[in-house]
Design a protein around this ligand. Structure first.
Ligand code: ZN
Length: 205
């Protein structure tokens, strides 16, 4: 792609670094911004800048939050004895939308994936295990996507908790293996949380 402007070229390059955005789409977006009032671009860059510099992670569940303890963890009406283990904030949002879960979450920040060089130490597993060992947690619900990485992660955490008195269950999904949690519809997802099954039963013999 030949550019007549270095400024435009730089902007297109930066936008095209985002996932799923090729050079052509990046060019279309950059030209779109140029047609809009200048404030629009200022609002966009300021929102992104603030997101990056001011974002916090909840000290209890590691969910993205504007404050040290997220709204869900700070809510005394939620049941702190039941923890739903998820991969990221998108899963928290999906489960919250079902309105069927009144416990707390633990956001792992990913799944164990040797292919992508993600090991247990790259996730918040240690803090989860410590939290459960401290007591006060009666049940862990694994709600990772049913991919090989999701299963590996569930099993790793399950093994870390051997000898600890805590019920472990996994959400019973009516959706196909490999479907990501965030794409499941609310009713199916809500039902699968209510109809969760003991983790041991979910493991293949
Ligand atoms: Zn929290």
């Amino acid at each position: 792609m030949e550019f007549s402007s270095k400024l435009l070229e730089n902007a297109v390059y930066e936008i095209s670094q985002l996932p799923g955005i090729g050079k052509r789409t990046a060019l279309r977006l950059a030209l779109h911004l140029l047609k809009q009032p200048e404030e629009q671009t200022s609002h966009l860059t300021s929102a992104l800048g603030k997101l990056r510099s001011q974002i916090k992670f909840c000290s209890n569940c590691h969910n993205i939050s504007d404050v040290a303890l997220c709204e869900i963890c700070a809510n005394s009406k939620r049941d702190a004895a039941i923890i739903c283990v998820v991969e990221d904030i998108r899963d928290v949002m999906a489960i919250e939308n079902t309105g069927q879960f009144r416990g707390l979450y633990h956001v792992l920040g990913g799944k164990i994936s040797p292919m992508e060089c993600v090991g247990p130490q790259d996730l918040t597993i240690v803090s989860l295990v410590e939290k459960v060992k401290k007591g006060g947690v009666s049940e862990l619900i694994f709600a990772l996507s049913s991919t090989m990485e999701g299963d590996t992660t569930n099993f790793y955490i399950f093994k870390q908790l051997e000898g600890v008195t805590v019920k472990t269950s996994t959400i019973a999904r009516g959706i196909a293996v490999g479907d990501e949690l965030e794409y499941a519809d609310e009713i199916t997802l809500g039902r699968s949380i209510l109809n969760r099954i003991p983790f041991e039963n979910s493991m293949k013999a």
